[in-house]
Design a protein around this ligand. Structure first.
Ligand SMILES: C[S@@+](CC[C@H](N)C(=O)[O-])C[C@H]1O[C@@H](n2cnc3c(N)ncnc32)[C@H](O)[C@@H]1O
Length: 246
């Protein structure tokens, strides 16, 4: 199955996320640490693909942790790629920024034998069928033993769970705002922007989170083994599948 889409994340979205992403993502540093920890030791020259690398924070952690690997950082936003490129200039050729559309299939046939594919807070921009197609294509892109690590917002299982998720995300941003700055400016911006999609969900918006259980099943259906969840807070989850060695 091939999918194509218009890139609908705007420059304004990028700027808001660059300015306030550190408040909006629960336990951001711990998420990055968890994603890196889910990648097995890599051979020299290994390639890690990051889908929707944004400003390059995860790519930086990967480049530091795996000094013999390269990271191909892909994103659809020129602003994000420019910010990542600047941040990671010290890594030289080991960081390779690429412009792409996550939903399109063209880039998928151009990659093979990647050792890890990672993505943080982006795959929820695809709907369910497009996620399933992506999971199958990532399986093909990976070398045997490779891993696919996803950090993302997920859809709560029903209305009551949605309300719990909304409260939990508000609380997490409230706490981060206080921890980072000692004031609630970050939290107030989160509220003003109506960023909490569990409270202000709009089916026509760019966010299309899918239930976690379904996504784990889609990974297994694509061929991944050892599919499991490693961290979760306020309906943000980190989960992984492994491509068999044989
Ligand atoms: C919420 S930000 C997350 C950025 C980064 N992964 C992080 O965790 O900090 C979403 C990112 O996905 C990118 N993005 C959204 N939809 C996309 C698409 N269809 N194709 C390529 N990039 C996309 C945006 O440009 C943005 O950098």
């Amino acid at each position: 199955m091939t999918t194509t889409s218009q890139f609908i994340w705007t420059s304004e979205d990028s700027q808001t996320f660059l300015d306030y992403g550190r408040y909006f993502m629960p336990e951001r540093e711990r998420q990055i640490e968890t994603i890196c920890g889910l990648i097995p030791p890599l051979p020299s020259g290994a390639e890690i693909i990051e889908l929707c690398c944004g400003e390059g924070l995860l790519a930086q952690a990967l480049l530091e942790r795996f000094p013999d690997a390269t990271v191909r950082g892909m994103d659809g936003s020129s602003e994000m790629l420019a910010t990542a490129d600047k941040r990671l200039a010290g890594f030289g050729e080991r960081f390779q920024p690429r412009h792409f559309d996550l939903a399109s299939s063209d880039w998928r046939s151009a990659i093979r034998d990647a050792h890890a594919v990672v993505s943080s807070l982006a795959i929820h921009h695809l709907d369910g069928p497009a996620k399933q197609a992506l999971f199958a294509d990532v399986y093909r892109i990976l070398a045997p033993g490779g891993v696919f690590v996803i950090a993302d917002v997920i859809a709560p299982a029903g209305k009551q769970a949605e309300s719990v998720a909304a409260d939990a995300w508000d609380w997490a941003v409230h706490q981060r705002s206080l921890e980072l700055d000692g004031n609630l400016d970050g939290f107030e911006l989160f509220q003003r922007e109506q960023w909490n999609l569990y409270r202000y969900f709009d089916p026509d918006d760019i966010d299309k989170p899918s239930p976690l259980f379904a996504q784990l099943q889609w990974l297994a259906a694509a061929g991944f083994v050892d599919v499991d969840v490693y961290w979760m807070q306020a309906c943000h989850a980190i989960f992984r599948g492994v491509k068999n060695e044989t």
